[in-house]
Design a protein around this ligand. Structure first.
Ligand SMILES: Cc1ncc(COP(=O)(O)O)c(C=O)c1O
Length: 399
């Protein structure tokens, strides 16, 4: 059968790892799971209580507003002011989405069509690479060079790749998708980088979609910048923010797209055709989370930082050199030299079967990812230490 929108998608390598994980568990093996970036920490109590209370009110059982309740959009604007000092008009510059992933995908429908192109770093979160294709557009990839780790070597600058991609395409790209702190590489940037990116876009009349899923996950005092902190960014940029990681509310599906009012209006219009909004009790609880548990992301960040230190410290101790990320909830680990002949899928498979440790193979995130595996910080410190012991036993070739 012909399934036009999905036939071109590469095989989902994470499914292979999930299958191996499930098979190992069904044999009673204890897999320490760093595979999927699915937060294990609870959502704020206040939000859970509000959800239960609001669900008992039949008025909340009806269709809600697809663009989000006014107070939800206001809560988002208030948070942007407080955390990033960015002014947003909740009526014209904020639209609620069913998580960042849905928001980004439908945003591509709004911005792109057949014949258009989008520039996307690779490796990247899979929907960044697939989303433009769902809208019928082409993707041009740019190597994801960690801007924080750039040297002066030519080709080692993210912008060199961007420029090369720009010049390579016969059709002027309409969209650049990016995301910092970055999944899977955890590359993190400063405001000067964002300024350069916005200037690049303004000079070339291209739209930037910045997926800010790890907005609140900067470590050691680092605050990831919002692209909207750059003057004039609203002329060409939109940003996706989500409660998934910031408030550990992954299953609730509450996100936002903020920024350029024309693009916000366009996505709002599309969504008015597609959905009737998130279940109203969820929206009400999300308002409470943002207004009354606004410091919850700080608590989560501390937990992730402790886990990061345990994993990075442990891997380096057993002779698997990895860098310490400034942000995100991932460790992007190069396959250690004595095992470098394995592909990332082979190495991830080996780690499950021999070390009972699940990771994500880098190839699942696109070109340039195959020499790495990704650890998501979703296991606590004790389990992380257990994983380090298992890895040490299973990888005797490490120094
Ligand atoms: C870059 C990025 N964007 C979006 C998401 C998903 O966000 P949401 O749950 O809001 O759809 C993730 C989750 O892993 C992610 O890494």
């Amino acid at each position: 059968m012909e399934f036009r929108r999905i036939n071109g998608l590469p095989p989902y390598v994470f499914a292979t790892i999930n299958g191996l994980k499930a098979a190992a568990r069904s044999q009673g093996r204890d897999i320490v799971d760093f595979g999927f970036g699915n937060p294990d920490l609870p959502s704020p109590d206040l939000a859970v209580e509000k959800l239960a209370e609001a669900a008992h009110n039949p008025k909340n059982h009806r269709y809600s507003a697809s663009r989000g309740l006014p107070n939800l959009r206001l809560a988002m604007a208030t948070r942007y002011k407080k955390v990033f000092n960015v002014d947003l008009d909740p009526d014209t510059e904020v639209v609620t989405t069913i998580g960042a992933k849905e928001g980004l995908t439908h945003l591509m429908w709004v911005l792109l069509g057949p014949g258009d192109t989008a520039i996307v770093p690779s490796p990247s979160y899979p929907i960044h690479l697939a989303g433009p294709g769902f809208a019928g557009a082409q993707v041009i990839t740019v190597p994801m060079v960690d801007p924080g780790a750039s040297t002066n070597d030519p080709g080692d600058d993210f912008f060199d790749g961007l420029l090369a991609a720009w010049e390579k395409t016969p059709v002027k790209p309409r969209v650049i998708i990016c995301s910092f702190p970055h999944n899977p590489t955890s590359a993190s940037v400063d405001l000067a980088f964002m300024e350069r990116l916005v200037n690049f876009a303004l000079e070339r009349d291209v739209i930037i979609c910045h997926d800010f899923a790890y907005a609140d996950l900067g470590f050691d005092g680092y605050q990831p910048p919002s692209i909207l902190q750059v003057p004039r960014a609203k002329e060409c940029c939109v940003e996706l923010y989500t409660l998934t990681k910031s408030f550990s509310m992954a299953g609730w599906r509450v996100g936002f797209m903020v920024g350029n009012a024309e693009i916000v209006a366009a996505l709002t219009k599309l969504k008015s055709y597609l959905d009737y909004g998130t279940f109203q009790p969820v929206q009400i609880a999300a308002i409470v989370a943002m207004n009354e548990a606004s410091d919850y992301p700080d608590l989560l960040r501390e937990v992730y930082q402790v886990r990061r230190d345990a994993l990075v410290g442990g891997l380096n101790r057993i002779g698997w050199p990895v860098a310490t990320p400034k942000g995100s909830m991932f460790i992007w680990a190069p396959i250690p030299e004595p095992y470098a002949e394995m592909s990332s899928l082979e190495f991830s498979t080996f780690l499950i079967t021999e070390a009972e440790v699940a990771t994500s193979p880098g190839v699942g995130f696109g070109d340039g990812g195959d020499h790495h595996v990704r650890f998501a910080l979703i296991e606590n410190e004790l389990r992380t230490q257990q994983a380090i012991r298992n890895l040490k036993r299973a990888l005797p070739k490490l120094n």
